[in-house]
Design a protein around this ligand. Structure first.
Ligand code: SAM
Ligand code: SF4
Ligand code: SF4
Length: 350
């Protein structure tokens, strides 16, 4: 649906509408990508959330309904690895039944590492999901296994993508986080693999999210350099953004082999148009990926209050929002070393 056409129901203190809700359905994952859940930190001693702490599918759907009534028109399911949450297709079915105040379906999508997608693709499609993003950091099997750090083969993820294509998902997006010196030599092989296949490859700058991934600026490959590299081999032209607040800048191959995107979270902050709110697995909302603290909605949900009360709480939280971390970091007014622990990517889902 065209989110831009929907009326602004809630705006924050910088005039940004609430449009986009990211829901983390689990803090667990079967991969240990070093930029997200480094093995040394997320080992057997790490305490993941207990089942009773998680929002149930009914609680998630109830909150999502309240958010949609307040202007949210896009929902992304994420994690951790969302496909590890048992019976996720039931949640997909419940969310795909939601309608905006002007009676349109919500734009529902899911981000996955693809490890169990081959098994799940058809059930997800049948439940009403039509868009999907799969994270693939390398096409070379050795590099891929090193990136996920659990020795998972790339062939199984490619089989998941093929299953998603057969099930009729469109568009399918592939997300590649690029770390200079680790997988930047995989950029052209990834381009060559996915060009002309109909899927959209998107390159994400390695972000300084969380406090555990050992982020260093010299491991960030600026998107401008990446585009120059691809353009020298496969000439590109820029495309207009498809929607306000879109995180990716879009490009297309001049020879007609399709589209790619770059998400330049570090070198080109896009806070000005940030319409995203994040709901954690345990029911806290976060106003920014780089927030230190969330606002607890689970207690409200479980206290027996009505939807009107939840709606006014959300309105109050959003109306006070002034977060713009990436812009402040770019202008030297914020740094990751403030001494306060930030939320981790696997917990909030990107
Ligand atoms: N497990 C799923 C997956 O990997 O697609 C969903 C959750 S994952 C946290 C969501 C996205 O965040 C993935 O595309 C992942 O590559 C990206 N991501 C995680 N840590 C990142 C970081 N430090 N910088 C940039 N992107 C990151
Ligand atoms: Fe798991 Fe996704 Fe994080 Fe990798 S990026 S560790 S697959 S949650
Ligand atoms: Fe949005 Fe925060 Fe990212 Fe800026 S830094 S784009 S406000 S999530």
């Amino acid at each position: 649906m065209d989110c831009d056409a929907a009326p602004d129901r809630l705006t924050d203190s910088l005039g940004r509408a609430l449009r986009d809700l990211r829901i983390s359905v689990t803090d667990r994952c079967n991969f240990r990508c070093s930029y997200c859940m480094p093995k040394e930190v997320f080992d057997h001693r790490h305490a993941f959330l207990a089942h009773k702490e998680l929002l149930s599918f009914e609680e998630i759907t109830r909150l999502a309904r309240v958010f949609v009534a307040q202007g949210v028109c896009k929902i992304r399911l994420t994690g951790g690895e969302p496909l590890l949450r048992k019976d996720l297709e039931h949640l997909v079915r419940m969310l795909s039944a939601l309608r905006t105040p002007d009676c349109r379906a919500v734009d529902l999508t899911l981000t996955t590492n693809g490890s169990v997608l081959a098994k799940k693709a058809q059930a997800l499609r049948d439940a009403g999901l039509s868009r999907i993003a799969v994270s693939v950091d390398a096409i070379d099997d050795t590099v891929f296994r090193r990136m996920n750090d659990v020795d998972f083969p790339v062939a199984d993820v490619l089989e998941g993508i093929a299953a998603a294509q057969r099930a009729g998902f469109a568009p399918i997006k592939i997300n590649m986080v690029v770390k200079r010196g680790t997988n930047d030599h995989q950029i052209l092989p990834m381009v060559e693999h996915f060009r002309g296949s109909g899927v959209i490859l998107r390159f994400i700058e390695f972000m300084d999210v969380g406090s555990t991934n050992g982020w260093r600026m010299d491991e960030v490959l600026p998107s401008a350099d990446l585009i120059a590299l691809i353009n020298a081999r496969y000439p590109l032209e820029a495309l207009e953004p498809a929607a306000i607040g879109e995180t990716a800048q879009r490009w297309r191959y001049r020879d007609g082999a399709g589209e790619i995107g770059v998400i330049s979270s570090v070198t080109r902050a896009f806070c000005r148009d940030c319409t995203r709110l994040r709901l954690s697995t345990e029911g806290k909302v976060y106003l920014c990926l780089f927030a230190h603290q969330g606002h607890d909605l689970r207690t409200l949900l479980r206290s027996g209050c009505d939807d009107g009360h939840i709606a006014s709480t959300i309105a109050q939280i959003w109306s006070h929002r002034s977060d713009r971390y990436s812009e402040l970091r770019s202008s030297g007014q914020a740094s990751r070393d403030s001494g306060v622990r930030r939320i981790e990517m696997h917990y909030i889902g990107g």
